[in-house]
Design a protein around this ligand. Structure first.
Ligand SMILES: [Cu+2]
Length: 256
């Protein structure tokens, strides 16, 4: 799948899909330094690989990390320079909880490098069948808050859009009234997707988008769309581009 589609580049024992350095992709919505790893990482016990650092970027850089990995196997790290002497310090990346731990998230304003290390005695891989991925974004992305007054609503669920034309995962979620769902783009392909309200009869999804619609704007790694659901009900949705394969349902119900 992804190998033919994304054009994987082998580097230091891992395969990764790099956005901006490939000039032909620059027009497809990718921004400098964006990177998605959705498989191909394979590190032996204690082995470390640098995903991106200042030798590539030129100067310390802002970075946003979104990931779902086995924390017992893979340790995500950043290197920062600290103090007067700008001594380099390597620290383990900690989930800031923005996405409720369903998917891990962290932002660092100025790092010298992003690395992954396999824990002692473990092999670090990104397993597609476990829905694992790692997104490294170097451009800031404001969530598209469709309902601004509610942007601080508690997160009821996080849905991952990935492996283009495949699906939303999980495709069915249940939350409580007043909670929001965050959809995250985590695919190595530069293919746009949408989150559009409305159910489909097989491939006929006409009349959708009346309740919420991201538009076909989800095409960058780490890109997000969020929607708060105030009222109980069943809310099917779909992708405007992949009608048959990308459909999901949000059920909003009061706790019993
Ligand atoms: Cu789609």
């Amino acid at each position: 799948m992804g190998i033919q589609r994304a054009g994987l580049i082998g580097m230091m024992g891992l395969l990764l899909y790099v956005g901006s350095p490939v000039a032909s992709l620059a027009t497809m919505g990718w921004e400098a330094g964006d990177m998605v790893l959705d498989f191909g990482l394979n590190l032996e016990s204690g082995e470390r690989t640098t995903l991106i650092d200042t030798s590539e970027v030129g100067e310390p850089f802002w970075v946003e990390l979104t990931w779902k990995l086995n924390p017992d196997h893979c340790v995500l790290q950043v290197r920062e320079s600290q103090g007067e002497g700008r001594a380099l310090v390597t620290k383990t990346v900690m989930d800031d909880g923005l996405l409720n731990g369903v998917v891990s998230h962290a932002v660092y304003p100025q790092v010298d490098g992003v690395m992954v290390t396999a824990a002692e005695g473990q092999r670090c891989e990104i397993l597609p069948k476990e829905n694992e991925f790692l997104v490294v974004s170097r451009s800031k992305r404001a969530p598209i808050a469709s309902d601004k007054d509610w942007s601080s609503a508690p997160i009821g669920a996080v849905v991952i859009l990935f492996r283009a034309t495949t699906f939303y995962w999980p495709s069915t979620v249940t939350i409580q009234p007043g909670q929001k769902i965050v959809w995250i783009y985590a695919d190595g392909a530069a293919e746009p997707h949408s989150v559009t309200s409305g159910g489909c009869r097989v491939n006929d999804c006409s009349g959708g988008g009346t309740q919420f619609n991201s538009g076909l704007n989800l095409n960058k790694p780490g890109h997000r769309f969020e929607q708060v659901f105030k009222h109980a009900g069943v809310f099917p949705y779909h992708c405007e581009l992949h009608l048959g394969s990308m459909q999901g349902v949000v059920t909003v119900q009061r706790p019993r």
